[in-house]
Design a protein around this ligand. Structure first.
Ligand code: PLP
Length: 400
């Protein structure tokens, strides 16, 4: 038998990828599947950003960049943190990685040993626990209840912290719920974290610009400046600028941790594509109205989807304050039987039956550690979303 490293033992494939795979297989059979499983903007990258990449390539910006990012991009990131988050970071407190995902990978690899614990509020984006487990650490989940607007409560966080806690992950606006922790929520969380001075904080703010109804996302390092020296503020261009394929994410954080992360990244990738970095400069320094326009579109689609789902007997749906997902509850459908005779015992059963019988690909809440729910990505056209909601309504109406 072939031998693989023990660190991969028992690591599941992310369910998001698995649902997309099943959906593509059905499409390959000629079935007309609506894909709401992936968290990817449907907008094109802004043309001025593409132009900047083109120009950088023509100008010869084609050599190895510095491991932690080009000076031009690090300067643009410093301006961004100051402008959007009132956070001041020096050049050695900023690092560019291959997507926000590599920031997490670098940070966890640089700090985690087997037996350490990483506190992850649930529902969560799948990668935090998976990456933590790659380094032998144990994810510890804290439930963010629907009746609390899926926000993290300080008392729930306090109950999860132990002497083995190395990291606390904060991800607001949240994937998958769209919940946003605001100033007062973060103040309460900061109060708890002050009792644990050796715990690092990962604040994943990648959806910060996608907030609705006048809600404002806050950064914990700005709300609690005394915690800034142990906080990684994670962001990137994937979601805000429709640049998922360019693979540019970044971190602001303390110089010693960033130096360790630079060591990891130097061995893994030698840094980020120089041309993509030039594009990211144009995105971050570019006009902000594009981002606002995209956020307005996501807001409209969110309302469309939530209202359509709320009208389906058996489904519930909270109104997300940010990001581009809806997270309807399916408790009212469990125990029932589909038109094709499948018994729905879990949200995974629901998601698979909905895909195969209703031709809508979603992701079950179990993938995000919080059942029974479904995650629908609203980053697709209004027409496709309307049709998807009609199919969901018909699927649920057909349950016995
Ligand atoms: N953080 C969250 C919450 C996400 O949903 C994603 C992407 O799905 C990322 C980080 C990583 O994005 P990227 O690696 O494209 O920057």
């Amino acid at each position: 038998a072939r031998v693989f490293a023990q660190r991969l033992n028992g690591l599941p494939a992310p369910a998001t990828i698995e649902m997309a795979r099943r959906a593509r297989a059905l499409r390959a059979e000629g079935r007309d599947v609506i894909l709401l499983a992936l968290g990817e903007p449907d907008f094109p990258t802004p043309p001025a950003v593409v132009q900047a990449a083109h120009q950088a390539a023509l100008d010869g910006q084609t050599r190895y960049p510095p491991v932690d990012g080009t000076p031009a991009l690090k300067a643009a990131i410093a301006r961004k943190f100051l402008r959007d988050n009132a956070l001041e970071y020096a050049a050695d407190e900023i690092m560019v990685s291959n997507g926000g995902k590599q920031v997490i990978f670098n940070a966890f690899m640089a700090t985690l040993d087997p037996g350490d614990e990483v506190v992850v509020p649930a529902p969560y984006w799948v990668s935090y626990p998976l990456i933590a487990r790659m380094f032998g650490a144990t994810p510890v989940f804290v439930t963010c209840r629907e009746e609390d607007g899926f926000r993290l409560r300080a008392d729930a966080l306090a109950a999860a912290l132990t002497p083995r806690t190395r990291w606390v992950v904060l991800n607001f606006p949240n994937n998958p719920t769209g919940a946003v922790c605001q100033q007062d929520d973060l103040e309460a969380i900061a109060k708890v974290l002050r009792d644990y001075p050796d715990v690092w904080i990962l604040s994943d703010e990648i959806y910060e610009h996608l907030v609705f109804d006048g809600v404002r996302a806050a950064s914990i390092a700005a709300v609690a400046p005394d915690l800034k020296a142990r906080t990684i503020t994670l962001n990137g261009v994937s979601k805000a600028y429709a640049m998922t394929g360019w693979r540019v994410g970044f971190a602001g954080g303390p110089a010693d941790l960033l130096a360790a992360m630079r060591g990891v990244q130097g061995n893994a990738t030698s840094g980020v594509c120089s041309i993509a970095q030039a594009a990211a400069v144009a995105a971050l320094d570019g006009p902000t109205d594009l981002v606002r326009e995209m956020a307005a579109v996501y807001s409209r689609r969110r309302t469309l989807v939530v209202e359509a789902l709320r009208a389906v007997p058996g489904l519930t749906c909270a109104m997300p304050e940010g990001a581009f997902y809806a997270y309807p509850g399916v408790a009212g459908c469990l125990g029932r039987t589909t038109a094709a005779g499948r018994v729905l015992e879990t949200d995974s059963d629901f998601a698979i039956a909905l895909l195969e019988e209703g031709l809508v690909a979603t992701v079950p809440g179990s993938a995000f550690g919080f059942s029974p729910y479904l995650r629908l990505s609203c980053a697709t056209s209004d027409d496709a979303l309307r049709e998807a909601c009609a199919r969901i309504a018909a699927f649920v109406a057909g349950l016995r």
